[in-house]
Design a protein around this ligand. Structure first.
Ligand SMILES: [Zn+2]
Length: 149
């Protein structure tokens, strides 16, 4: 990779949606910068709550692999979407970073505002989504305040 590549890596972020078949489109600009084309083999890894894609290189054994399809379509490997609890319709923020292409779920309404969990989440107050655990904790805090004066 030349220095030029580093200069092109900006704070720029793209948003794409996971569609039927667990596919999303890798933005053309990112494909161009990284030199990825149809048929490129990518290695998928999880870092925190993000999916990170790299070129698979020669050592692809034992790794989670996905392929770049026509038009930049990528199918998210089942292990990854289960680990990250992603679902269809999820919006992904996509950033091109030096260590790989980083995809993070964003703009999702029914994710717990407090801890980010996806299970057991409901809209407790308008536009406020909390999981039952955080909601209970919140309710207890209010109760404690009230009884404490
Ligand atoms: Zn929560």
């Amino acid at each position: 990779m030349e220095v030029l590549v580093d200069n092109q890596i900006s704070e720029r972020q793209y948003v794409r949606t996971i569609t039927t078949g667990w596919r999303f489109t890798l933005p053309a600009q990112i494909r161009k910068i990284r030199g990825w084309d149809e048929g490129t083999v990518l290695r998928a890894g999880v870092a925190g709550d993000s999916l990170v894609l790299h070129e698979a290189g020669d050592q692809s054994a034992g790794m989670i692999i996905c392929y770049l399809g026509s038009g930049g379509k990528v199918v998210i490997p089942v292990q990854i979407r289960e680990t990250l609890q992603w679902s269809l319709g999820e919006r992904l923020a996509i950033r091109n970073e030096p260590h790989g292409v980083v995809l993070t779920a964003c703009c999702r309404k029914d994710r717990c505002r407090s801890c980010g969990k996806l299970r057991d989440v409901s809209e407790v107050i308008e536009n406020l989504f909390l999981c039952s655990e955080c909601w209970n904790r919140y309710a207890q805090t209010i109760m404690a305040k009230r009884s404490g004066g």
